[in-house]
Design a protein around this ligand. Sequence first.
Ligand SMILES: O=C(O)CCC(=O)C(=O)O
Length: 349
Amino acid sequence: MDMQAGVDRADRYAFNGTFVKDWVLTRKFGRQSSDRRQRWHDRMVRKMEGQPPGRELTVERRVGLTAEEFRREYFLTGKPVVLEGAGRGWPAVKKWTFEFLMERCGQDRVDVLDGHNWKVSRREGDDVVSTEERGMQVRELLAAARTGSGWYGAFMELLDKYEDLRRDIDLDFVRRYGCMDARVPWQQNILAKMYVGGPMTATSLHCAPVMNLYLQAYGRKRWVLISPRFSPFMYMGLSKGGNWQSRVDFRNPDYDECPLYRYVDRYETVLEPGDVLWNPPWVWHGVQNLTESIAVSMWWFNVTRSFGNNPVLTPLVALLGDPNPIMIQLGLHKDTTEKASAFSVHLNK
Ligand SMILES: O=C(O)CCC(=O)C(=O)O
């Protein structure tokens, strides 16, 4: 990924100024959102007219990269890469199938969302993404995914419950390649979430301050990735801080509603079983299962690396984010409020 390409520096600074002001006033002090961002947007649409569209590129894929090479070329530069086949020998890749999960945790109840019929809204004030949610057993989810239904088990916490499933992923690899420092408390704890769904279930375009090494264990999955330098053209909602959603539907972008998205460079890749994707902090990603699929994200927090990829939002989130990502990472976040959604962090509800 070309980390230098993006919205011009002066325009980015102007956007960041209005965005931060709006975020603090609206989110923290409950004020009405101003029309400053809209005015910036309209000026930018006029400026970009006649410019070439964004490029369609592929994410780099590397085979046999050592931890040191990975650190130098991708971790410190905040650039995505697919470590092709790096997880091929992990038990998760060798063992996990729909049948295996049915047997191991079919009875468990999980929260699922509609991964087909979610909608984004361009209107300021509306939820950025809306979709249906419900609870069901893992066995029902697997059966539904088999019949092409849209129910998607995303961000599932089954690996917190099942130690043996957690041992099926090579956490030492994640610590080594993720350059985790055992002395920094919020780098010790790896938050592992599981994703189980059928063909064309998808997660909307979003970004987050966390580091992520992502294992494709079973099936195939398409990722669309976009540099944080394009954030002003991403139509991002005013998040609470954990997760930032875009008002663009990456599956079928509406350029009348979101004209600036046309000028964004997009990187694509398809993950195969055993691939490990490095998804650096603040890199926008939209994700779509191409087949029945099982995958795991492994997140942790590294303030310096987050800052490197987004020096504007990282301090904002670290100081004022709700929930505060460092507190989540330390296991000190206590959720006392009645949650509007089981996906409250993801969907900002
Ligand atoms: O696999 C997915 O559907 C979403 C993954 C994701 O958003 C993440 O790992 O941060």
